[in-house]
Design a protein. Sequence first.
Length: 688
Amino acid sequence: MLRFARNFSSTRRILKGQNLTEKIVQAYAVGLPEGKKVSSGDYVSIQPAHCMSHDNSWPVALKFMGLGASKVKNPRQIVNALDHDVQNKTEKNLTKYKNIENFAKKHGIDFYPAGRGIGHQVMIEEGYAFPLNLTVASDSHSNTYGGIGCLGTPVVRTDAAAIWATGQTWWQIPPVAQVELKGQLPHGISGKDIIVALCGVFNKDQVLNHAIEFTGDSLEKIPVDYRLTIANMTTEWGALSGLFPVDKTLIQWYRNRLSKVGPNHPRINKSRIEELEEKSQTLKADEDATYAKKLVIDLNTLTHYVSGPNSVKVSATVQELSAQDLKINKAYLVSCTNSRLSDLESAAKVVCPTGDLEKINKVAPGVEFYIAAASSEVEKDAKASGAWEKLLRAGCKTLPAGCGPCIGLGTGLLEPGEIGISATNRNFKGRMGSSEALAYLASPAVVTASAILGKIGSPAEVLGQKDVPFNGVKATVEDAAPSSNTETKAVESTGSVEMLEGFPTEITGELVLCDADNINTDGIYPGKYTYQDDVPREKMAQVCMENYDPEFQTKAKAGDIIISGFNFGTGSSREQAATAILAKGIKLVVSGSFGNIFSRNSINNALLTLEIPALIEMLRQKYANESKELTRRTGWFLKWDLPNSKVTVTEGSISGPVVLQQSVGELGKNLQEIIVKGGLEGWVKSQL
């Protein structure tokens, strides 16, 4: 029996314009039918300009060799940069690092050793991630590249191995949200304050699994370093990418960069910058581009924001937290988020506002303040500017250029009962040390001020100034998604998709409702079986959804279609969450939204999924007044017409009254081929 790939619902556009995300994907998609114009919801095969991996390069290499590959398709496409566990000098880690270096040397891959810097920073400094190209990384913070107008998005290890072997993988173009940064930032407020505010204000998954495009009348006044920070943390906001446009500010940034790298750099050079300037005039969002929603935040109303404790989606002003007198034990200015030169200099201005090295504000007794540059180049520049010396004189403790405490590795982790404040991107419980510690996130200036004050506080408190006046942030959201009423929706014809011979033209089945949000991968496939490699398919079917609802086994049967809530498949990256559903004989999962890793694991293992938020809302309304059941047969039937990219839901039987009709993304021939081969690994093997 054939198994199928992922898809989700997408409002088919009436207007013909493309947004910037779609235009970049169009340029890097391969195997498109002649004249095909890509849009949100479409599956495409992509050939990214570059693919970066870091300490996980060796697991990717093992996956690559396990596929039967012996030669990297395009060595110039691949970058290896060691950055996560660079403080670890054990024989085991050094052996892994050496294996990565040897593999890179053997295949002619560009390699950056431990100490050169965080991979994402290296990708930007060395021009691999470049405006208007598509670059991926087997790391969730590849969103960072959007700060320079490069569409950056994460891939999982199987995808990376596929790119190494064939030069390409797949992507489903997500819905695109427009985020307008309106107005201008008050003095002293930074890019970190913007993204922490966005995460805290829009904290109801408004941009979950979306691509984001930032717009605004005064966007050119936002420095590139701020943009990189904002794009970086769109990951924590739940987005798959965060893209800034190419403008005069960015082009000037590259001209300045050119004077630093010299005229003969292979990727950052005069001719490429001139080409970029010309290209940016046409490769931009069309005036009639379609967006799933629009979010607006008024920068004029911002102040210093702090997120936490232990959640990015909880934020407060620094003034509010300062009043609580939260004593801190550790402070961190590290990571790919906020360790660039401007960040270090911002911190240096707080410790030495007059420039007089004899008048340094010292780190408070009992507080440890750790700093690490994003790269060796940044550290060198910080030393040349004097910022590094000022921070050392203030009592900061230095770490090598790399990730370190941000990922919970190396020196300076949080101990039980401690409070830490960091300029990193994640403050998840236990990530930076003990699960019994509290972690907050803030800008470099606020982190530095807090280290000096010994409590969470603002730079103004250190400098004896008045804080920026704050009367509340102004923000709005305009959701352009289809309404979720129960009326039949008109479906625009978008033309028939060509189907591979023998490929099914429709998928049908009764909907079985698993009525919960955030069903995690442990709920789908129990963790106790995860590392048992010999679990038979029959056993996988028996334990499918066991931790979510033991009654699922008797209520669901082969041929059914699961319909669930939002963020289905969140949690760990175990592939068995997808393969257990397949073992149960379930051929399709529908939800309001999916966890990104589950989505990629689904198609990589040939499981079909659809995102239809309206459908789950309709079913929840239907059963709103009935007793709660974790698993329920609905008597509603779904039919997916693949050639016409249309879903129809009926009541009572497959030919019953229509309750929903909606267009969805196209499942093109390239993705059909992956599905027929049983998933991405099977497809790669067929290409070798």
